[in-house]
Design a protein around this ligand. Structure first.
Ligand SMILES: Nc1ncnc2c1ncn2[C@@H]1O[C@H](COP(=O)(O)OP(=O)(O)OP(=O)(O)O)[C@@H](O)[C@H]1O
Ligand SMILES: [Mg+2]
Length: 441
């Protein structure tokens, strides 16, 4: 396919002229986070030193499109994706076509596997690595599931353990230690379908389980080496990725989050969920930065929460948070990883913006050390919005895009080489492209 779908070819001249002006020399990547409360589209240039310059950002409420991280309404999801992507590409000044997509939902299971092959004293070849990873994949796969990630941890050659890259070494036997993550085939098929219906291109391997995205944005290699759990408390899910000795030890997706807090509040206050969400955010924000009484005098609206109401909201929210963190703490204990997480727990996700989160979480997660993660050291550009904990997962996805696409990046509307988009996908893409062109001319 050419740069433009046929019906747009006459605008090609305009596009070419604008393109010269807009295309930066740094590779550009795009990611989409399908959250239970909001869809986030983010566009960024990969810079040196593992940094990203965020040049496009778009957020749209998920509404009824997802429940606990799983798509339950395709047209609603497509509409929200298009809104988020439209915003992001308008800000970025160029259209988005290829995306890496993050999600968290649908009976996700992560399992450690060991696979051994005979070498008979020859050198380990890259094809041996492929073979062991393929073998691990087939050991974990099930009829109604799909493999999302096959993550090599370490290798052992004969009796020599903890080899990060065995290619070129000789021995009698190669053993691979692999973490394989599988999800529901139906849930993943609906995700892929929705993204394609939105006119976007999602390559194989570019669907990322969201706790891995958050980990990528927030953890250093040192954190992983010393042992750490990143816990993303979102709207419909609480996700966790645990790292020990430099590699992934476990991933979890629990179907609870801020939405449960809102529901509890709706019951206690006898109001709708929409109203409860508004009251919750307003009350908690007020507790984080109490209003200046002089400025507020005479201006406070009757809808604004009183101090008593804020404390009541806090009580309800904390009760649910205690339950969620209790589940996380118990899980870490049951995995017997409690003493192996020297860097403790790094919290992220929308809920961690609430007041007093660290001391509160610290009480429940004791003796694990608790911090709130930040993407600030890793981003430039549209930083103010993007640093909020609710966006760390989306930022992390850009790293996956960079690793997966390499230098062969967001080539405007051309899509993925060797994968011509189907006609029906062009409809949404073309209309978004049109919107974008209208914006820039
Ligand atoms: N200041 C705050 N205090 C408490 N909760 C907050 C605050 N700001 C946002 N939230 C809550 O955070 C939740 C949204 O978090 P986030 O944006 O990380 O979720 P999501 O990515 O849409 O969902 P998920 O990851 O679970 O699929 C909402 O329930 C919202 O009410
Ligand atoms: Mg999320």
């Amino acid at each position: 396919m050419g740069l433009f779908p046929p019906q747009l070819s006459e605008t090609g001249v305009i596009w070419q002229a604008k393109k010269e002006r807009l295309v930066s020399s740094n590779p550009l990547y795009a990611a989409l986070d399908l959250g239970s409360t909001k869809i986030v589209a983010v566009v960024g240039h990969a810079l040196e030193d593992n940094l990203f310059e965020i040049v496009g950002f778009g957020v749209a409420p998920t509404g009824t499109a997802l429940r606990n991280g799983t798509i339950i309404g395709v047209p609603q999801a497509v509409a929200a994706i298009n809104r988020a992507v439209d915003q992001a590409q308008r800000v970025a000044g160029r259209p988005v076509r290829n995306v890496v997509v993050g999600f968290a939902g649908g009976e996700v299971v992560g399992l450690d596997q060991r696979v051994t092959i005979a070498l008979r004293d020859r050198e380990v070849q890259p094809s041996d690595i492929e073979k062991v990873l393929q073998e691990a994949r087939s050991m974990v796969n099930r009829p109604s599931s799909e493999i999302l990630h096959v993550i090599p941890k370490t290798y052992t050659i004969d009796d020599l353990p903890n080899i990060p890259d065995p290619v070129g070494m000789v021995g009698a036997r190669l053993e691979a230690h692999v973490h394989v993550i599988r999800g529901s085939e139906m849930v993943i098929a609906n995700l892929k379908r929705t993204v394609e219906r939105s006119g976007l291109l999602l390559r194989d391997g570019d669907l990322i389980l969201q706790p891995l995205g958050a980990a990528r944005a927030l953890l250093t290699e040192d954190d992983k080496e010393l042992g750490v759990a990143v816990v993303d408390i979102g709207g419909g899910t609480t996700n966790m990725a645990v790292y020990v000795n430099g590699s992934i030890a476990a991933i979890r997706v629990f179907p609870f989050g801020g939405i449960n807090m809102t529901k509890d509040l709706a019951i206690v206050l006898q109001v709708s969920q929409e109203e409860a969400e508004r009251i919750k955010i307003e009350a908690l924000t007020k507790l984080v930065s109490p209003p200046d009484p002089e400025k507020e005098a005479g201006t406070e609206s009757s809808r604004s929460p009183s101090v008593e109401q804020s404390s009541r909201v806090m009580e309800v929210v904390e009760a649910r948070l205690a339950e969620i963190l209790g589940i996380v703490a118990r899980d870490i204990r049951e995995m017997k990883l409690e003493n192996r997480l020297q860097r403790g727990v790094v919290l992220t996700g929308g809920v961690v913006s609430m007041p007093q989160i660290i001391p509160f979480a610290q009480k429940i997660l004791n003796p694990l050390h608790v911090t709130v993660g930040t993407v600030r050291p890793r981003i430039q550009g549209l930083v103010e919005r993007a640093v909020s904990p609710e966006f760390s997962g989306a930022i992390g996805l850009l790293y996956y895009a960079r690793d997966s696409w390499g230098e062969e990046v967001q080539e405007e509307t051309e899509g993925v080489p060797g994968k011509p988009p189907e006609a029906k996908k062009e409809t949404a893409a073309s209309s978004r492209l049109w919107n974008w062109i209208r914006e820039i001319i």
